[in-house]
Design a protein around this ligand. Structure first.
Ligand code: MG
Length: 483
């Protein structure tokens, strides 16, 4: 099929986190609301439609937001609430085509080229305004392509209100490729509908800022301005040779196409990808571990593997489980050893878990949470500190309990697609995300643990098992991680 005849919808929930709060707490409706990560945090991660009118937006600092809008109401984020809403939103979107790609927590692409004929009628509750739109759409569209995409667009809006919440709205963009469909949905907010065709695409592009479009990050924008390009018309005027010279073979083509509204990428599929519920790793040591550092190294090692598994599947979790098994066994005194030579005592295990508000897939964070879970465990509250005492001759001869660890287990559960998660808000966070991405890339190419945390230096690394999880590549298929 000619690419220009594809029919792509981009549905984007308006001010998602903030509207979700207004949905569940009607007292917030019609008021400027700023969602923050947790009480006391200084950065606004989502602003309501009303707050945006004052100039408050994602990434605004609370201090600045209060200056712009003193009556702003700050609400701590509730990611599990948003996640449930996201799933219901996706359930709606995916009914219109198997080619439905979740792009982020509040955005889906739906390729309805092959399926729009199934929706020949407007939704039952269509308003007069919507019906007028539909008539106009038909007239404008003539005989080219289908005529039903706007029926679907209005049905999505209607079902969103009925099935997710009566206060929820989305903007819908329609066009013949992903890039233009996304640009279309950004034209009218909230509750908008916009259609980009070959006739109006350049006009819409030319009134957009370069930074408004997806796939054109800050670094690339800086580079563009350095060579005198700061708008779409200027970008379009540059030859491919000029672009190749300054941006290399990949980006030059990308930029050339962006300027002309060309995008041949397909819409992925959401179907038949089972969700892993949890990932984890357990390990039984070959010898007893007596030193705290040894136990923590083992734990860190397993945390790194667990987190890497989650990342490989483009998943992140908010349930952390941690288990240690081992002594304390009763150590005989020297005198008893002389007489019996036996060590008596039973094994004990300790386990605990934490449920977090946000999703993680970073091994270091996972490790820190395991430390937190285990901070009051008996293993580490023995009559003497084994790091210092047990290695000494005194301890060996003193008798009493000698704690050790010989089994460790780490679990990351309540997994969700990391593509659903918001991008990191802070520079330090996004640097960390970039660092992990790079490490994953290197380890993917040269083998697991080519790069690993310094904490594991000098130990024999525990590696993923051959037939374990890493053989399972099907998760890679459709969920390109946004992070
Ligand atoms: Mg949105």
């Amino acid at each position: 099929m000619d690419n220009n005849q594809r029919v792509i919808i981009h549905a984007d929930l308006n001010s998602f986190f903030a509207t979700a709060e207004q949905q569940t707490n009607p007292a917030l409706r019609g008021k400027p609301v700023g969602v923050i990560k947790a009480p006391g945090r200084t950065c606004i991660i989502a602003a309501s439609v009303e707050a945006k009118k004052f100039g408050v937006g994602t990434g605004s600092r609370v201090y600045d937001a209060k200056k712009l809008c003193p009556e702003i109401i700050l609400v701590p984020a509730n990611f599990s609430k948003y996640e449930k809403m996201t799933y219901r939103f996706i359930d709606i979107c995916k009914t219109y085509s198997p080619a439905c790609e979740v792009f982020s927590l509040d955005e889906c692409f739906i390729d309805v080229t092959e399926t729009e004929f199934i929706w020949p009628r407007p939704p039952r509750n269509a308003s007069l305004e919507q019906l007028a739109w539909l008539e106009m759409g038909k007239a404008l569209r003539g005989n080219a392509g289908g005529k039903n995409v706007f029926n679907i667009a209005f049905e999505i809006k209607d079902r969103l209100r009925r099935e997710v919440g009566d206060y929820m709205t989305c903007s819908v963009g329609v066009s013949h490729n992903r890039f233009l469909a996304k640009l279309a949905s950004s034209q009218i907010k909230p509750d908008g509908l916009f259609w980009i065709t070959d006739d109006n695409k350049l006009e819409v592009l030319d009134r957009s800022k370069l930074t408004d479009v997806c796939g054109l990050g800050d670094g690339l924008y800086q580079h563009l301005t350095r060579v005198g390009i700061d708008s779409f018309p200027i970008l379009r005027a540059k030859s491919i040779t000029f672009l190749q010279e300054h941006f290399g073979p990949h980006w030059s083509l990308h930029l050339y196409n962006l300027a002309r509204g060309i995008d041949d990428s397909g819409v992925g599929s959401i179907l038949e990808i089972p969700d892993a519920k949890s990932v984890g790793r357990t390990y039984t040591t070959h010898r007893n571990l007596y030193r705290k550092e040894e136990v923590w190294r083992l734990t860190r090692n397993l945390c790194e593997e667990t987190a890497a598994k989650a990342r490989k599947m483009h998943l992140a979790g908010r349930y952390v489980g941690f288990c240690l098994r081992g002594g304390p066994a009763r150590i005989a005194t020297r005198q008893q050893l002389h007489s019996s030579g036996r060590v008596a005592g039973g094994e004990v295990s300790e386990w605990g878990h934490l449920t977090l508000k946000n999703y993680i897939n970073d091994g270091k964070i996972l490790f820190d949470l395991c430390l937190q879970i285990s901070k009051n465990w008996n293993f580490f509250q023995q009559p003497f500190d084994f790091a210092q005492v047990f290695d000494s001759e005194v301890a060996q001869t003193r008798g009493g309990l000698r704690p050790y660890v010989r089994f460790c287990g780490v679990t990351l559960g309540m997994l969700t697609k990391s593509a659903y998660l918001p991008s990191p808000l802070f520079v330090s966070d996004s640097r960390r995300v970039d660092l992990i991405k790079t490490i994953d890339k290197v380890n993917g190419k040269y083998g697991d643990y080519t790069i690993y945390p310094g904490q594991l230096l000098g130990t024999s690394l525990i590696r993923p098992e051959v037939n374990g999880f890493f053989g399972d590549r099907k998760y890679r298929l459709d969920f390109a991680s946004k992070n």
